[in-house]
Design a protein around this ligand. Structure first.
Ligand code: 5RP
Length: 222
């Protein structure tokens, strides 16, 4: 199977998982990226079975609207049963690195509100230790050099993602060569640097369910 076929399989598995639990009042949180896009396209076939969605990016909002799915502001939503999103890396504790698509801050906010975070990923994302994928950090533009110096003190090699402005008007530093032995601790340490909006470690709030696409089928990890 190709990587896209694996992504499509996990997207379908996520639809199959959540659909029986949705009502016409349900609002679904939806992430960003190619795997999330497969999920949106498959979920759209059932758009009469739920009310609408909260999007983790402008790109996702546009795709949802293109399917005629109502998109709600998170502030107007009382309850979000599910958040479905991809990842750049995941470990066996369902801790993640996210933000390859620069949507990490809104993704983390929607994940924080959701009752159940369903991560959908192909098997190339599964790692023993997080950190081979450079860790994205969203930074207020004027703090870029300060934050970069602080990240070097933590042992990383930050690289400015040229030409990228996030949906929040900020910039991204991708941090290479971090030894991430304690993801939760590092997530908090980086978020403590003045000028950081958030970083792409999802360890304080990991996924609740991981649907992992493999050549032998979709594995469910909880
Ligand atoms: C975007 C993300 C994505 O979930 C992550 O980059 C995975 O993307 P894809 O599904 O395209 O492999 O965190 O900010």
């Amino acid at each position: 199977m190709t990587q896209d076929q694996l992504k499509q399989a996990v997207a379908q598995a996520a639809v199959d998982l959540i659909l029986p639990q949705l009502t016409e009042k349900s609002i679904v949180g939806i992430g960003t990226g190619s795997t999330a896009n497969f999920f949106i396209d498959l979920l759209a076939k059932h758009k009469m079975d739920f009310d609408g969605a909260v999007a983790s990016s402008e790109a996702t909002a546009a795709r949802l609207k293109g399917h005629g799915i109502p998109v709600y502001d998170l502030n107007s939503v009382q309850e979000l049963e599910f958040y479905v999103d991809g990842a750049d890396e995941c470990n066996k504790y369902l801790e993640l690195i996210k933000g390859g698509g620069a949507a990490l801050t809104r993704e983390k906010i929607v994940a924080a509100v959701a009752g159940t975070f369903v991560c959908i990923a192909d098997e190339s994302k599964r790692v023993d230790f997080l950190g081979a994928f450079p860790l994205p950090v969203e930074v207020i533009p004027m703090a870029r050099s300060h934050v970069a110096r602080e990240l070097v003190k933590l042992g990383g090699d930050p690289i400015y993602r040229e030409g990228v402005v996030t949906d929040n008007g900020n910039v991204i530093l991708d941090v290479y060569n971090l030894q991430i032995t304690n993801p939760r601790e590092l997530e908090a340490k980086i978020n403590n640097i003045v000028g950081v909006v958030t970083n792409g470690l999802f360890a304080a709030r990991p996924a609740d369910v991981l649907l992992l696409g493999t050549g032998k089928g979709v594995e469910t990890h909880k």
